[in-house]
Design a protein around this ligand. Structure first.
Ligand code: FMN
Length: 420
């Protein structure tokens, strides 16, 4: 990592993002950490507690933007242990305290809203998963420590009424986040093979109605949801995360470039706050070189860069990028104006003072992926305290395999049996 003063970089200049004015462009990427407190009142739900307040305020800086971990909009949207949602009074109270702590440090915070679609399981969400179509994920669901892996369930193909119902749940959660919890905005998780992406990808979405078949139809759920959210909370408080090169959760859709350019262009026409794009090199399971090799062998995919999507995003909507950024490669693209801000994931896990470290060129600590996904007997370890940190080096570049330890079996907190 470079070791010099970067305070004059464009990364440390102001930026209007929707309703807020940032004073720098180093953003906390959304990071699921499975450390919620289990509710005694609402089965199979979790809420944020004092540990979350500490975790987010450690990473808050004056004028800096944090994006929360992915937050389910309903019980059916939830598919992992320890994930605090945005649909119960306890969750509302907990998230209000988190946003207030970040505001006390003069920071900003957007809440990432999530629906897992076919990647959840009835043992967690209480009923058969919903998706664009009835194709299950191959193999076993291994998302919850402590459960024996079992095959993914064939999802229920959502009816038109159910699409509207889920969109309404997003709107309710967005209003709770902004009006009651006082978040500065919401980011919809429309990437990584979760519900909205299950509509985007042609290998998953085999619908024959106005939500399938063509690019416009596969994007309809996302675009109409965006419109409803803008109407409900204001376009300057709405953002979307997209993965034009995602392969996670068996997303193998064709027509990548025209479809994601269309998505960026239509979302940007709504003047939303930002679109958050994941770099092609990043993958949850593969190293950077393996991911890029997989993309090179994907049919009809010629330009393996975010450039076409960035071009489709027009002012006032801003472009945030994420995926494989470190203390060396985070300067050039922003200086050239290719994008407006950078979200850091893994380095923000292990460096709560990442903003200051980048600014002053201090070395970064490497992350310990065995502590990524809780719950653990001591949820603070690897979350708010890091007793055995080491500095990163060149061998850290390009590593991924985030989910290697998900069944690592350290501990588990029992959850009540899922209802049929
Ligand atoms: C522990 C962990 C949890 C993650 N959880 C989420 C999530 O909740 N929502 C999401 O959109 N991406 C999630 N991601 C992806 C990150 O937001 C980010 O895109 C990815 O880590 C690449 O950025 P990085 O190279 O800076 O880590 C997660 C990544 C990690 C490492």
């Amino acid at each position: 990592m470079s070791n010099c003063d970067h305070s004059s970089s464009k990364l440390f200049t102001a930026l209007e993002v929707g309703a807020v004015r940032l004073s720098h462009r180093v953003v906390l990427a959304p990071l699921t950490r499975n450390r919620g407190t289990p509710s005694q009142t609402f089965e199979r739900t979790w809420y944020p507690d004092a540990l979350h307040i500490l975790y987010y305020s450690q990473r808050a800086t004056p004028g800096g933007l944090l994006i929360t971990e992915a937050v389910p909009v309903s019980l059916l949207a939830s598919g992992s242990l320890g994930i605090p949602g945005m649909f119960t009074p306890e969750q509302r109270e907990g998230w209000s305290r988190v946003s207030s702590a970040v505001h006390n440090k003069d920071g900003f915070i957007f809440c990432q809203l999530w629906h897992q679609g076919r990647t959840t399981h009835s043992r967690l969400s209480g009923s058969r998963p919903w998706s664009s179509f009835s194709i299950p994920i191959q193999g076993n669901s291994h998302r919850a420590k402590g459960f024996e892996p079992v095959p993914y369930e064939a999802p229920h193909e959502m009816t038109l009424d159910e699409i509207v119902q889920v969109q309404n749940e997003y709107v309710t959660a967005a209003k709770m986040a902004i009006e009651e919890c006082k978040f500065d905005g919401i980011e919809v998780h429309a990437a990584n093979g979760y519900l909205l992406d299950q509509f985007h990808h042609s290998n998953i979405n085999h619908r024959s109605d106005e939500y399938g078949i063509s690019i416009e139809n596969r994007c309809r759920f996302t675009i109409t949801l965006a419109q409803k959210l803008c109407d409900a909370v204001g376009s300057d408080r709405v953002a979307f995360r997209l993965a034009p090169f995602g392969l996670f959760n068996e997303t193998r859709g064709e027509e990548r470039e025209p479809q994601w350019v269309y998505l960026c262009s239509e979302l940007s026409k709504l003047s939303i706050a930002y679109i958050h794009l994941i770099e092609p090199r990043f993958d949850e399971l593969q190293s950077e070189s393996d991911k890029l090799a997989s993309l090179h062998s994907t049919p009809n995919l010629h330009d393996i860069s975010l450039a076409p999507y960035q071009k489709a995003i027009k002012s006032p909507t801003k472009c945030i990028v994420a995926g494989g950024y470190d203390g060396d490669n985070c300067w050039e693209g922003i200086e050239k104006g290719e994008y407006d801000a950078i979200a850091f994931g893994r380095y923000f896990v292990s460096n709560e003072d990442l903003v200051g470290r980048l600014r002053t060129g201090k070395p970064l600590y490497r992350c310990d992926r065995s502590t990524f996904y809780g719950p653990f007997p001591d949820n603070a370890l690897g979350y708010t305290i890091h007793p055995h940190r080491e500095f990163a080096d060149q061998t850290d570049k390009g590593q991924s395999q985030l989910f290697k330890m998900i069944n690592g079996g350290i501990v588990d907190s029992a959850i009540p049996a899922a209802k049929g």
